[in-house]
Design a protein around this ligand. Structure first.
Ligand code: 0T9
Length: 380
């Protein structure tokens, strides 16, 4: 049965055909209204810390092995929000709004135990699209930084999406880094108009303490016949025998097996965890380059599936951007990123990437916290 509304079946097939002939960048393809979301991709950075308790938990663990396991648990806990939340709230995966260069999304989580956790997300490149973000909690001394883009390719009925970029978690108290790679994914259910994400391949979490976790993903049927399954191996240093094996569903329950004692226990239950909503300033207090304010009219039109207004309002933003780029060219200047800078990857992260066996990016986007704190945007 198709989830495509009857009048949109033609446009949906046209859209699928343009997906098939597109060369990696999906952002510019127009999709029928029923599949559009009024949320910009720059917002998706929030999924890393919607569970502030899991985010800060590693900072309170003195034992480094236990701490690395807590980082793994937090990471597993983020997956449900990252990859299934549109299905849960909107009925299927939706096509996010394509962020413009310089678009920012800011917010904070306020919880009784964890205090304030801050999110700064910025679109730092438009062609190809790249979003950079920083999330930090000063009370617990933890910070996550990262950036990501996507390379897509279409094969028969699925859309394959490779993620570019990585995330780095830093724990101040132990001066410890965790280098996190991003999984590849594919979009299923496209033909029926009910797209959903399946993760594939793996994620690597390499700690500067030496601990390392590899997480392998699969969709329905590969490991267990259930969707969203994973199998993680947890290692100390260069050792080739895993200390623990963690497996199950990242959107449900997973268990941890101690490879030495062969004892098994519950690792994480995603169904018991409730996300803490991010607090975002009211629209009238936001700058015009802030995501929700900039896209306000488009988002409202998406809500009521008013295709003409979506088109008119989107074009306004796109034309504005074209004008900006033209001006920059005339003046021979480059767009100044607000809170991130592209730097040569020297220092501890390069070593960590090498330790993890991943090819380090030559240049990486890093948060300029001072620039952020000196701006009015830091008044959240
Ligand atoms: C980083 C995440 C990412 C962004 C999204 C592929 C995708 C854009 C990128 C990778 C986040 O940390 C995690 C989750 C979901 C990813 C999105 C799923 C998706 O479908 C979109 C792409 C661009 C589309 O919208 C494809 C067209 C559409 C018809 C499918 C709904």
């Amino acid at each position: 049965a198709s989830a495509v509304p009857a009048q949109q079946r033609g446009p949906w097939m046209t859209f699928l055909r343009s997906l098939a002939s597109s060369k990696g960048d999906l952002s510019s393809i127009t999709a029928p209204p029923f599949i559009l979301s009024g949320t910009s991709l720059v917002e998706y950075s929030k999924f890393w810390a919607e569970l502030p308790d899991a985010f800060v938990a590693p900072t309170m663990i003195l034992d480094k092995e236990e701490r690395a396991l807590a980082v793994l648990k937090w990471f597993i806990a983020t997956l449900k929000g990252q990859y299934t939340s549109r299905n849960e709230t909107l009925g299927s995966e939706k096509k996010p709004l394509n962020p413009f260069l310089g678009e920012v999304f800011l917010g904070k989580w306020e919880t009784e135990t964890e205090g304030t956790t801050i999110l700064v997300s910025e679109q730092v490149s438009h062609h190809p699209p790249v979003t950079a973000y920083a999330i930090y909690n000063d009370i617990y001394g933890i910070e996550l930084q990262g950036y990501n883009g996507q390379k897509a390719s279409f094969a028969t009925t699925t859309l394959n999406v490779r993620q570019v970029g990585h995330a780095v978690l830093y724990i101040k108290k132990f001066d410890e880094y965790y280098y996190i790679t991003l999984p590849t994914l594919h979009i299923e259910g496209l033909f029926y108009g009910a797209p959903y994400v399946e993760l594939e391949q793996n994620t690597l979490i390499q700690s500067s303490s030496g601990y390392r976790a590899t997480i392998e993903y699969s969709g329905k049927g590969y490991f267990s016949g259930k969707k969203n399954t994973f199998k993680a191996k947890f290692y100390a240093g260069e050792e080739s025998a895993a200390l623990y094996t963690i497996s199950g569903q990242w959107s449900g329950k997973s268990t941890i097996m101690n490879e030495h004692t062969k004892k098994e226990s519950l690792f994480y239950d995603a169904t018991e965890h409730n996300v803490v909503p991010l607090i975002v300033k009211p629209l009238d207090q936001q700058a015009d380059y802030e995501s929700r304010r900039a896209w306000e009219k488009v988002a409202a039109a998406v809500q009521v599936m008013d295709y003409d207004t979506i088109h008119v309002e989107k074009s306004k933003i796109e034309n504005q951007q074209r004008e900006l780029r033209k001006k920059e060219k005339e003046l021979g200047i480059k767009w100044q990123r607000r809170y991130f800078e592209l730097i040569e990857d020297e220092g501890p992260l390069k070593d960590l990437a090498e330790l993890a066996g991943v090819e380090p990016d030559e240049k990486v986007w890093r948060f300029d916290r001072e620039a952020f704190e000196h701006s009015t945007d830091s008044k959240l």
